[in-house]
Design a protein around this ligand. Sequence first.
Ligand SMILES: [Zn+2]
Ligand SMILES: [Zn+2]
Length: 562
Amino acid sequence: MVRESLRTPPVLAPNTLRVTPLGGHGDIGRNMSSFEINGELMFIDCGVLFPSEEHPGVDLILPGLHLIEDRLDIAKALVLTHGHEDHIGAVPYLLRRRGDLPVFGSRLTLALVREKLREHRLRDYDLREVAEGDRVKVGEFDLEFLSVNHSIPDALAVVVRTKAGTVLHTGDFKMDQLPLDHRLTDLRGFARLGEEGVDLFMPDSTNADNPGFTPHERDIEPALDRVFANAKQKLIVACFASHVHRVQQVMDLAGKHGRKVVYVGRSMLRNMTVARELGFLRVPADTLIDLKQIDNYRDDEVVIICTGSQGEPLSALSRISSHEHPVISAGPGDVVLLASSLIPGNENSVYRVINGLSRNGVTVVHKGNAMVHVSGHASAGELLYCYNLITPKNVLPVHGEVRHLIANAKLAVSTGVPEASVFPVEDGAVIDLPVGGPARLVGQLECGYIFVDGLTEGGVSDAELTDRKILGEEGIVSIVAVVSFRSRTLVSGPDIHARGFAEDDSVFDAIRPELVSVIERALADGVEDTFQLQQLVRRTIGRWVNNNFRRRPVILPIVVAS
Ligand SMILES: [Zn+2]
Ligand SMILES: [Zn+2]
């Protein structure tokens, strides 16, 4: 692994292509690559990374947009490979910086992007639909699109021809030879490009350390069918809100086993509505019901399809497991099926949900105990085929944690690509491809996380994250008091409330008298500053909590003058 210390790249020479990963090299998420030649920029994908438990309260993490934002005037295009959040989730944040940047993508991808832009209240954007086989020239970049097979329909690989050479970026892909929608990865196109010459190959690394081949989507049908056959009561299926093929399988089995289908979760409802409108999802008549109608049916007459397969705390499944869902509950005899992968980093959250459901007596079927999921990404065997078919001159593995990138690099080398021409680099690395090659690593830029917290972007500092961690682990205590500086008295309070700290606010009865006397004494001494009083309250409570409970909660004193 090439782990460079920061190094500013040289000025870009004419007719040299510069490729910089802005995300997705080191994490599974926030995928984005930047391409630059002769004073023009182009990007492939613009996704988000979902935060882990190290980032409490952060909604999203963006790719390294700061590295390109002051040069967006020379950008010619954003090309999207497919509609997964880790590839399109950050598009609104890029378009906020340059609204008229042309965005290329397939029909389904752009439909999902359009929904996203609407939610962000963005207008006047420039979406340009492309399909496999299309060839489009934007400035210095001559683009061609090839079909690839993945866990969402309508995914594309992208060929970028430039004066420096030809790049093939696979996007996320696998090589299911019996796909449910009969749309194959275009291996003939890959072979044709191999003949033409691929100077830089950028293949998906997600499953590079899985030996052999990713099984067919069809292979999980018997196991899914058994789950339906054995479920006697409520059946809840959790999967990605974009996994149209999986939802199709569930939809078909629902028909076979006489169950109606109900979508739960905003993103599931939105995406499946789009997929159906565009003809990617077939919904038999009288199959779909609305969540509001669910009480009209017996438990064994319905299958619920919901989000939350990664244990996301606010998702439908998490709320069902902790009895917090307003409509749906699950208990003894009910079955929950997790028809999804386990994305690295989500293990704790997923097992928390499985434990919660199990504790409630629910039977949980998941890929650990039944063949109910296959990955959407090519395994080592498929990648080896690609290397041999394409015989690339240089390789930049994309889409993976460090271990995946290295595994993919080793596959490339094993098929004969020179080791010096394989770049398992992390985000911010700068690779130059001159005419005739070889590619070289010429710099390393800082490509840190940009956090999005609710609607504010970049506003969350590491110090605030530490605060939130304390909030989660140590709780919060608020104290409200009203004083009168005129009469130098405590008018009301102090009212003390705690969250995530004590079971019951009555524990504070022990400290309240001391708090009252501290405030009254300060007022008698002539303190006329609510901030000073708040500091006094904070110190008094903090010392008491620390001495008695060995905890350091966040303390929020609020003193108001009447
Ligand atoms: Zn994907
Ligand atoms: Zn992806």
